[in-house]
Structures are given as structure tokens and as C-alpha cells.
Design a protein around this ligand. Structure first.
Ligand SMILES: NC(=O)C1=CN([C@@H]2O[C@H](COP(=O)(O)OP(=O)(O)OC[C@H]3O[C@@H](n4cnc5c(N)ncnc54)[C@H](O)[C@@H]3O)[C@@H](O)[C@H]2O)C=CC1
Ligand SMILES: O=C([O-])CC(=O)C(=O)O
Length: 328
């Protein structure tokens, strides 16, 4: 018997990430090739955005995806999030050349308060929320705090793009196939302070750290390259990462929904105090996923270099949280 459709809400659906994301969700790449989906798309109540959304919907129709069981266009989150099982909160103001994250924080806090409240009111009680819109960790924190009737663990932020970027840089450096890396993670904030950590990573059971054996490269080339990759892409394209961001969103949701088969993946999730990260802070952690639940990998040794890096990204996140406290 075929599965019943699930509802997938996507905000910012007419934006550039939306354009790289919706077709892949509708084709079954996110939730499986046997899972019908109903897309509930949200855009701002602006004629240009709503028209663009209509165009995207026409294109979705023209793909004749067998798994696409319905498409809705909305301008009100209370309608877009009705009974939704998955919510990908992409819509936000993207960073342009020269714009600081602090500017983004204020502009986006309002959006995520309203959307958190709407999820709280109308979404499925099991809704899985992924925040992509920047600053992603803090926006996820705001949405989570604005939805007190939903479990906090349902709110996650996207660190997967950083994880994938790190995997790719390591594969190029050490000469292995990117898909063969295991036990990589990225700690902290989705920002240049994130700490991509390959101390535990292996390829065919061999230590990636031993293969590379170059702490100078780690500190002065690898970490800045991964951390500043978003800015490098903005400088090159004049627009922020879109296809790679959509790809990471698919990876994040697929692994959360369908399981990681024991492998580590990176998700930004609310801490329960693991590794000394204060409870409630939405932080990038190594997790494994099974049966629709994620579990933070515990008991990893944190050396002095790593502790310093984790402290730095935590301090930044706590600063962002303090900056939005008055809104919550
Ligand atoms: N976490 C991550 O790894 C990454 C995050 N991003 C972030 O993702 C966000 C979206 O990026 P793009 O698609 O490139 O931007 P975009 O500007 O092309 O699209 C954003 C869309 O969101 C819509 N929007 C704005 N406010 C909205 C609201 N309140 N409700 C519904 N829709 C709304 C806009 O009308 C626009 O169509 C940005 O904040 C960007 O910084 C981008 C890359 C990676
Ligand atoms: O830097 C930005 O604004 C876009 C982004 O999050 C990324 O590419 O990692």
C-alpha cells in the first residue's frame, strides 16, 4: 500500500535556495522515493514575491512529480504551517556584500518570533523544524522560544553545509573520496567561528588527523577556509550559496527523518548541557539519527585547542542570544 502524504512547509519558497530545494523535495530526495509530499509554501505578502512563487509552482507542476500530492501557496504562516510535519525555514534576508551578521540578527528576529508562534499554534506536535535562514542558530533559538508548546528538540539549525564543506576540503587535502569520511563534525555557530573538527574522523578505519598531520594547516588554512566559505561564495557570485545550501538542507532532513545508519552527522540542536554548552543554546554537535530522533554523540575528548575554539563560537552565540532577549 502506498504511504499517506506528509506535509512539508517551506518558507522563502520563491528565493534562490527555495528554487534549488523544492524540486528535490518533490522528487523524493529528502523523505524517500516512496513518500508522497504536500508542499505548503510561504512567501511574503508582496506582489512580486507571490508572483514569483506562482511561477515556481507552475514549474513544479510541469515536472509531473509522481510523489507531489499537493502544492499550496501562502502569505500567512498560520496557514502555511497548518498540520505540517516538516518545516524548512529558509525565508530571511540574505547577507549581501559588506553586511555584518549583527544587522541580520535584528532584521530576522521579528520573522522567527512570528513563525515560532505560528508553528506553536498550528503545526503537527511532532513537526521537525530546520532553520536555514541566517543567523540560523539564533533564528532557531528564537523560533523554539516562541513555541513553548512544542518540544524544544524539534527545532534545529543548519550546520550541514559547514560539515559538507569541511569534508570536501579534507578530501582534497588528503586525497580520499569525500563520501568515505566518517566521524567528522562541526561544533557551534553557523558562522566563521564554527569549529570543524576532524580529530575523530576516519577513512577506511584510518585516522584523517594522522593522514594530514599538520596542525599549522588545520589552524591557519582549513578552519579559515571552511569558516569563510560563505563569504568567499558571496564575493565570487555576488549572491550567497544556494544550491549547496539546499543540498545541505536535504541532507539534514533526510538523515533526521530516515536515519544516519550509525554514522555521525552535524546538526545544530538545543543543548542539554553536553560538553558544557549551557542548556537551550542551539549548537552544532555530532549526532547520530534513528527512527526520526537525533542523539548527540557524547564522551568525546576535548583538547585545549578544541576547547578554545568551542569557547569562542559559544561566546559568539551567547552574544547573539543576549541581543534578542528583549524580543522573547
Ligand atoms: N544555514 C546555512 O548554511 C545557510 C543559510 N543561508 C541563508 O538562507 C536564507 C535564504 O537565502 P536565499 O534563498 O539565498 O535568499 P533569497 O533572498 O533569494 O530568498 C529569500 C526569500 O525569502 C522570502 N522571505 C523573506 N522573509 C520572509 C518571511 N517572513 N516569510 C516567508 N518568506 C520570506 C523573500 O521574499 C525571498 O523570496 C538567507 O538568510 C541566507 O543567509 C544561506 C546559505 C547557507
Ligand atoms: O554567508 C552567508 O550569508 C550564506 C551562508 O550562510 C553560507 O554560505 O554559509
Amino acid at each position: 500500500m502506498s504511504k499517506a502524504p506528509v506535509r512539508v512547509a517551506v518558507t522563502g519558497a520563491a528565493g534562490q535556495i527555495g528554487y534549488a530545494l523544492l524540486f528535490r523535495i518533490a522528487s523524493g530526495e529528502m523523505l524517500g522515493k516512496d513518500q508522497p509530499v504536500i508542499l505548503q509554501l510561504l512567501e511574503i505578502p508582496d506582489e512580486k514575491a507571490q508572483n514569483a512563487l506562482k511561477g515556481v509552482i507552475m514549474e513544479l507542476e510541469d515536472c509531473a512529480f509522481p510523489l507531489l500530492a499537493g502544492i499550496e501557496a501562502h502569505s500567512d504562516p498560520m496557514q502555511a504551517f497548518k498540520d505540517t510535519d516538516y518545516a524548512l525555514l529558509v525565508g530571511a534576508r540574505p547577507r549581501g556584500p559588506g553586511m555584518e551578521r549583527a544587522d541580520l540578527l535584528a532584521a530576522n528576529a521579528q520573522i522567527f518570533t512570528a513563525q515560532g508562534k505560528a508553528l506553536n499554534a498550528v503545526a503537527s506536535r511532532d513537526v521537525k523544524v530546520l532553520v536555514v535562514g541566517n543567523p540560523a542558530n539564533t533564528n532557531a533559538y528564537i523560533a523554539m522560544k516562541s513555541a513553548p508548546d512544542l518540544p524544544a528538540k524539534n527545532f534545529t539549525a543548519m550546520l550541514r553545509l559547514d560539515h559538507n564543506r569541511a569534508a570536501s576540503q579534507l578530501a582534497a587535502k588528503a586525497g580520499f573520496k569525500v563520501g568515505d569520511i566518517r566521524k567528522l563534525t562541526v561544533w557551534g555557530n553557523h558562522s566563521p567561528t564554527m569549529y570543524a573538527d576532524y580529530r575523530f574522523a576516519t577513512v577506511d578505519g584510518k585516522s584523517v588527523k594522522d593522514m594530514i598531520n599538520d596542525q599549522e594547516w588545520n589552524a591557519n588554512t582549513f578552519l579559515p577556509t571552511v569558516g569563510k566559505r560563505g563569504a568567499a561564495i558571496i564575493n565570487a557570485r555576488g549572491l550567497s550559496s544556494a544550491a549547496s545550501a539546499a543540498n545541505a538542507a536535504i541532507d539534514h532532513m533526510r538523515d533526521w527523518a530516515l536515519g544516519s545508519n550509525g554514522e555521525w552527522v552535524t546538526m545544530g540542536v538545543p543543548s542539554n548541557g553536553e560538553y558544557g554548552i549551557p542548556a537551550g543554546v542551539v549548537f552544532g554537535f555530532p549526532v547520530t539519527t534513528q527512527n526520526g530522533e537525533y542523539k548527540i554523540v557524547e564522551g568525546l575528548e576535548i583538547d585545549a585547542f578544541s576547547q578554545e575554539a568551542i569557547n569562542k563560537t559559544l561566546a559568539e552565540l551567547q552574544g547573539e542570544q543576549d541581543g534578542v532577549k528583549h524580543l522573547l
